[in-house]
Design a protein around this ligand. Structure first.
Ligand SMILES: Nc1nc2c(ncn2[C@@H]2O[C@H](COP(=O)(O)OP(=O)(O)OP(=O)(O)O)[C@@H](O)[C@H]2O)c(=O)[nH]1
Ligand SMILES: [Mg+2]
Length: 243
């Protein structure tokens, strides 16, 4: 295991907004906390990419994985949360993310968390052998990645949670029971009216077996504050979000 050592990539883009400083303590109000969390997320920079699990770097930094069906909006979600247009590669063509891409978060040379953008599953045009291989890699990642602290499962509510999403939920269940954090984001909420959105939310809550579910839209910037705060809390368990 390597520690949170500075790396050359830590020289990459600096934050434009204030970064959370856990040494400042007075209970900040909600808006200030969100601003701080967004500042922290804005520090995201590319760390590395891996086609196979054993190519992933080992470290003790808390990692949050973005998983879900192909085209669900994982890469777009990372870009909107980090306020960077092309950090993660988003595309209209499903199956564009084909590697595990890692992004480092935290002040310059003080990486304190990592985001993992995982390739989507369930894309029909992918050959069967490749699908099976990828599902295996994904299951192994979710079961064995020691520094994984949270999973964000993105789901297009117009399709709902599919069989493959259910399998994923089963795979992570033992780790969730041991404390792994877990959130379902119903993406592209801008495509639903209020009734449809409420219905999708109720169904997904049932399917997620008590797990947290919320609506999200990158287009309308809906749900971003809540997710940003959660991601900070998941990765900084003992620290207050200073402002
Ligand atoms: N309307 C709308 N479209 C969105 C939203 N989020 C993502 N999209 C679109 O959905 C498509 C897929 O987005 P990606 O972020 O590339 O999806 P992905 O889950 O990373 O896909 P893979 O890498 O193939 O697994 C793109 O055309 C995005 O512009 C959203 O909130 N609203
Ligand atoms: Mg992607």
């Amino acid at each position: 295991m390597i520690q949170a050592t500075p790396d050359p990539l830590d020289q990459a883009p600096s934050a434009q907004t204030p970064v959370a400083d856990s040494t400042l303590s007075p209970a900040p109000d909600h808006d200030a906390q969100v601003k701080s969390a967004m500042g922290w997320l804005h520090t995201a920079r590319f760390l590395t990419t891996a086609a196979q699990l054993h190519h992933l770097p080992a470290y003790e930094l808390p990692e949050i994985a973005f998983v879900g069906r192909s085209n669900a909006g994982k890469s777009t979600c990372i870009n909107i949360l980090t306020q960077q247009k092309r950090l993660a590669f988003a595309s209209k063509t499903p199956g564009r993310t084909q590697h595990i891409n890692l992004f480092a978060l935290g002040r310059q040379a003080q990486t304190d968390a990592v985001l993992a953008d995982l390739p989507g599953y369930g894309y029909a045009a992918v050959p069967k052998q490749d699908k099976i291989r990828w599902q295996q890699v994904m299951a192994n990642y979710l079961m064995s990645r020691e520094n994984l602290v949270g999973v964000v499962l993105l789901c297009d509510p117009r399709h709902g949670l599919t069989e493959l999403d259910d399998i994923l939920l089963e795979v992570i269940r033992p780790r969730v029971e041991e404390g792994l954090k877990f959130l379902v984001l119903l993406t592209k909420a801008d495509k639903l009216n209020k009734t449809e959105a409420n219905k999708a939310l109720s169904i997904a809550k049932l399917q997620a077996g008590g797990g947290e579910v919320q609506l999200f839209s990158a287009l309308k910037k809906q749900g971003i504050d809540t997710v940003a705060l959660k991601m900070w809390q998941w990765t900084h368990k003992q620290e207050a979000l200073g402002v």
